[in-house]
Design a binder for this molecule. Structure first.
Ligand code: HEC
Length: 106
């Protein structure tokens, strides 16, 4: 299961690299590091994580939403959000985290 996810992740990152979109410059591995540092207190950010806040959607669930796009998540992260602390993420950090979340999409 984990291997399959890893392969999917590589494929998505490779595809994003070719498409030349906003997400293309994003680094999903850096996003994973940032997510573990800033988001894991509330969100389940990867399949190894066992605990987070009960009413906060795991990243894997966010990634599955039909209207999910890395661009939307990146924009969402740059704007302050009432229920989330203001992170002061840079544009590129937001794009990296968005790339990481989109890599969780199955
Ligand atoms: C203090 C707890 C907390 C932290 C830390 C936190 N979040 Fe959230 N996040 C929430 C809550 C609560 C919601 C649900 C908000 C809602 O339903 O309006 C949410 C929602 C979201 C959503 C939108 C999900 C949707 O329904 O579309 C995204 C994307 C998201 N968070 C990403 C992140 C990222 C990336 C980080 C780290 C940079 C982060 N969050 C850190 C509490 C948190």
């Amino acid at each position: 299961m984990r291997t399959v996810l890893a392969v999917i992740r590589i494929l998505i990152v490779a595809t994003a690299g070719l498409s030349g979109s906003l997400a293309a410059a994003a680094d999903a591995d850096r996003g994973a590091t940032l997510a573990k540092r800033w988001c894991a207190t509330c969100h389940v950010v990867d399949s190894d994580q066992k605990q987070a806040s009960a009413d906060v959607p795991p990243f894997a669930v966010i990634a599955q939403k039909p209207d999910f796009t890395p661009e939307k998540v990146a924009t969402f992260l740059i704007e302050p959000h009432p229920k989330m602390p203001n992170f002061q993420l840079s544009r590129s950090e937001a794009a990296d985290i968005a790339a990481y979340i989109s890599a969780l999409r199955k």
